[in-house]
Design a protein around this ligand. Structure first.
Ligand code: 6R9
Length: 643
């Protein structure tokens, strides 16, 4: 199969291992000798006590991996490296937006984690307590994640681009007792005042006892004497050792909220053992990094990509990671290339949106820099269009670096479908994530749950459990079962469309539900609509994703205003402002249109499908259930006025 008429890229010998026997053997083994396969691969971690059973599937779909095993993730990420030969190795090369840098060795990370762990204990944090991290891309972020893991507290990271409403919702759902944040972060040369946003959020919550604040951007903050403490004061600079708590393999490590098809984000709960085994092995299989490689996962630490592939997997493997705070186009569009040259990066892992954005600035920016240290390139977050793939491959990778297109989700913990460099790379086809990882059993189904033929589009599901899968939805087992295992009974439903071609390659084709993918960020349509209505300025709203050449999708919204107002522009800008502060800038619609009414069914449901089709000049399909057909004309004239 080829999309956009692209031919598959035929591999050159030194990069590819056309012999896929290793992959085929590992893949078959992962099912035929499941117990032995995972027992062997779980040794990637150091365990206090080995598991009694690899998989307990007696309470499907609540699968439990490595049952009876005991381990600590902070020990696995740091202690064991300093006990061996990596004590003085850089764990992180941190680069700030202004170009300032900080190198933190494994030993330095170890000390920081221990000191914070001690401070957490002093604040009364115990095993099982929940703590929320609302932090920028600073070293204290992985330190906080691992300090929590060290004492058995469950952290929930909230991306620092979220607004106060989104933060409050996550604090409330997780019932967190402690918040760690920073005064501010740098973005495009400006300071984002995180502590101020956190203060606003805390007015909508009641569970937080203390707030630890990292002094980073130096902006002024209000410190509430009874509640807020400076990070540097609470941590001090003397060194203390904190014994890692022996956690059960199925004790939760973290909760990460993600958008679904309903209004409320779901808290995906990840395990300690299964998740750890999964992220470390998947990074090894897909990218096969060498001990001395410099790995740059250019995601934000607040998303799953950052959790799994900036923090846990690279640290478990003892790699050196680059961590960059700031915009990839600031101060100049060659920022990424400059960093690659300066730090001699070997592997870059980023999103198609970032690639398209950088491609738009032209070849002159990458051409200014020596990118010859690169040997592998990766992408994640959305389908990559073949033209962006080609540019990445040819211009950035100089036609010698394989593109590792990794398909996965917050809920899957780590990669599910991706070329696997360690097991023998297949010839790559631009736009295809190629083949499933060991232990991943995909199928493509039609609406009736039957497998479709090769080259036919359907819903992608996973028929068997894998170690990195979420354990449940926080506080909502029922929602876990309903969201993931009910559409096709017993199978994990991803929510994406896909095709398998006649060579067995998988092509991921985007969401099959009302989840938006804006610049690789996963957002719920209903979250956007709820936010529009809760501004108090709209009585009803319909939102959808419109295809965009750079961001993949942008948000378009239609609203019915509360009051007919003379100045529409003013109304729209006020709505934008309120959404920015409630949910965060990524939720602000690109277009907001005002209409008198929205297309609805007779039972009063907004027909989003119709809004979208009409607005995009497509055929709206079946309109028999439409209550008032003038609503369609409303959409059409709003769009015409906009053009
Ligand atoms: C890791 C991450 C998950 C959704 C997923 C799909 C899309 C991710 C992709 C991809 C095509 C890829 N997605 N990687 N689509 N090719 N390589 O992004 O997690 O934020 O939970 O988003 O992203 O639609 O369902 P998350």
């Amino acid at each position: 199969m080829d999309i956009e008429g692209e031919k598959s890229v035929l591999p050159t010998e030194e990069v590819y291992h056309p012999d896929m026997n290793l992959y085929k053997r590992a893949y078959d083994d992962s099912f035929k000798n499941m117990e032995a396969f995972w027992s062997f691969n779980a040794e990637i971690l150091t365990w206090y006590k080995k598991w009694d059973r690899v998989l307990d599937d007696t309470k499907k779909p609540f699968y439990r991996w490595f049952v009876g095993g005991k381990l600590n993730m902070s020990y696995n990420c740091v202690d064991r490296h300093i006990e061996q030969h990596r004590r003085n190795k850089a764990a992180y090369i941190w680069v700030g937006e202004k170009g300032d840098e900080k190198i933190v060795t494994y030993d330095g990370l170890f000390r920081r984690i221990n000191n914070l762990a001690k401070a957490l204990i002093n604040l009364g944090i115990k095993k099982g307590d929940r703590i929320v991290l609302y932090m920028p891309m600073i070293i204290e972020a992985p330190v906080a994640m691992l300090a929590a893991a060290r004492i058995g507290a469950v952290f929930s990271f909230v991306f620092a681009g979220f607004g106060a409403g989104a933060l409050a919702e996550r604090i409330n759902d997780s019932k967190a007792v402690l918040l760690i944040t920073a005064d501010g972060s740098f973005r495009n040369g400006k300071v984002v005042e995180l502590k101020k946003i956190a203060d606003e959020a805390l007015e909508m919550t009641s569970t937080i006892r203390n707030v630890i604040v990292v002094k980073h951007a130096g902006n002024n903050v209000d410190m509430n004497e009874d509640r807020d403490i400076w990070y540097h004061e609470v941590v001090g600079d003397s060194y203390t050792y904190v014994e890692p708590v022996q956690m059960d393999a199925n004790d939760p490590l973290f909760i990460l909220y993600t958008s679904g098809t309903t209004g409320k984000p779901k808290g995906a709960v990840h395990s300690t053992g299964g998740y750890g085994v999964w992220v470390a092995n998947t990074l090894k299989w897909a990218f096969n990094p060498d001990e001395d490689d410099r790995w740059w996962c250019a995601a934000d630490i607040g998303w799953i990509t950052g959790h799994s592939y900036i923090v846990f997997a690279p640290l478990i493997l003892g790699l050196t990671s680059i961590m960059y705070e700031g915009s990839i186009t600031y101060p100049e569009p060659d920022r990424v290339w400059e960093i690659i040259e300066k730090y001699r990066i070997n592997i870059l892992y980023t999103s198609p949106t970032a690639i398209r954005m950088l491609m738009k600035f032209g070849d002159k920016y990458p051409k200014r820099h020596d990118l010859s240290t690169l040997k592998v390139l990766g992408t994640v977050g959305e389908p990559i269009n073949p033209s962006a793939w080609r540019w990445y491959y040819e211009t950035i990778g100089n036609s010698k670096c394989p593109i590792i297109d990794t398909y996965w989700q917050t809920e899957t913990g780590g990669f599910m479908i991706a070329p696997q460099r360690a097991l023998g790379l297949p010839p790559l086809k631009p736009g295809s994530a190629t083949f499933p990882l060991p232990g991943v059993d995909p199928a493509i189904l039609n609406d009736r749950g039957e497998e479709v033929k090769d080259n036919e589009k359907g819903y992608i599901v996973f028929r068997r459990p894998w170690p990195g899968m979420l354990m449940t939805v926080n506080n909502d087992d029922e929602r876990y079962v309903k969201t993931y295992f009910s559409k096709f009974y017993g199978y994990y439903f991803c929510g994406d469309y896909a095709i398998k071609d006649s060579d067995g390659y998988y092509w991921l084709l985007g969401r099959a539900d009302e989840v938006l993918n804006v610049a690789g960020h996963r957002l719920g349509t209903i979250e956007v609509e709820d936010a529009l209505v809760s501004t108090g300025l709209a009585v009803e709203a319909a939102a959808f994703g419109k295809p965009d050449p750079i961001k993949g999708e942008v948000i378009v919204a239609f609203i019915v205003p509360k009051q007919i107002q003379a100045d529409r522009r003013e109304l729209i800008s006020e709505i934008r402002k309120r959404i920015r502060s409630d949910l965060g800038p990524i939720y602000v619609p690109d277009e907001i249109h005002i209409v008198k009414l929205l297309p609805k069914t007779r039972s009063g449901k907004i027909m989003r499908r119709v809004v979208k089709a009409v607005a995009l000049d497509q055929i709206p399909g079946d309109l028999t259930t439409l209550e008032d057909s003038s609503s369609v004309d409303e959409i059409r004239s709003a769009i015409e006025a906009f053009r």
